[in-house]
Design a binder for this molecule. Structure first.
Ligand SMILES: [Zn+2]
Length: 210
């Protein structure tokens, strides 16, 4: 499996590009910005985008979705509980002092328990609310990888002080849905360095003594 992680945009959101070597199909997760660079990676590997998946509707994760969809024709997957946030994209842009990006329709609801496939590899959708109400993580057992969005970071967890955030709920999500995964599982957070479930279980200060 091809997997490239591209930090994009002002807030350096980790965009993940997964590509199947046989079918040459790809899943792009969180195309926040810099769509030209994402398209260059796709072209370099000869990949066709099958699905665009959004972990949550913050502008740094979803800002480039319309542009990537226009370039590839791939459907966009996002949990419906973040639709309201997405509808407020212009307001999010104003908070950051940037120009509002183009919006698009969300075709697929990305519900808890849904899965996507890339070749023979399953991408399971876990609803992990707390950072936002519609936050999802993607668990890819065959790759032993978790794409965690802004739910879990190396030594930290997602902020919960923005609209839709809930401090208790994010901890519940992490314990019930993420800490049950194998300790060796690699975690790709929405920003910053990779980590593992085991490392965060042992060392993440937000997850101790609960
Ligand atoms: Zn976020």
């Amino acid at each position: 499996m091809i997997h490239e992680i591209l930090p994009v945009g002002m807030l350096q959101c980790n965009c993940s590009i997964f590509g199947d070597e046989t079918s040459r199909q790809a899943i792009v997760i969180d195309p926040g910005d810099e769509i030209e660079n994402i398209l260059a990676v796709l072209t370099r590997h000869g990949l066709t985008v099958k699905a665009i998946v959004i972990t949550h509707a913050h502008i740094d994760h979803i800002g480039g979705a319309a542009k990537l969809k226009a370039a590839t024709g791939a459907p966009v997957y996002m949990n419906a509980k973040d639709q309201e946030l997405y509808d407020g994209l212009d307001m999010q842009a104003a908070w950051l002092g940037t120009k509002p990006p183009e919006r698009t329709e969300i075709e697929e609801p990305a519900r808890d328990g849904d899965s996507l496939t890339l070749g023979d590899t399953a991408f399971h959708i876990l609803h992990t609310p707390g950072h936002t109400q519609g936050s999802i993580s993607l668990w890819i057992p065959a790759e032993n990888k978790l794409v965690a969005g802004d739910t879990l970071f190396r030594d930290s967890i997602g902020r919960t002080d923005l609209p839709g955030g809930d401090g208790r709920e994010i901890l519940r999500s992490i314990h019930a849905k993420l800490m049950v995964l194998p300790e060796t599982a690699v975690v790709i957070p929405g920003h910053g360095s990779n980590t593992s479930i085991g490392r965060e279980k042992a060392r993440n200060p937000f997850l101790q003594g609960l």
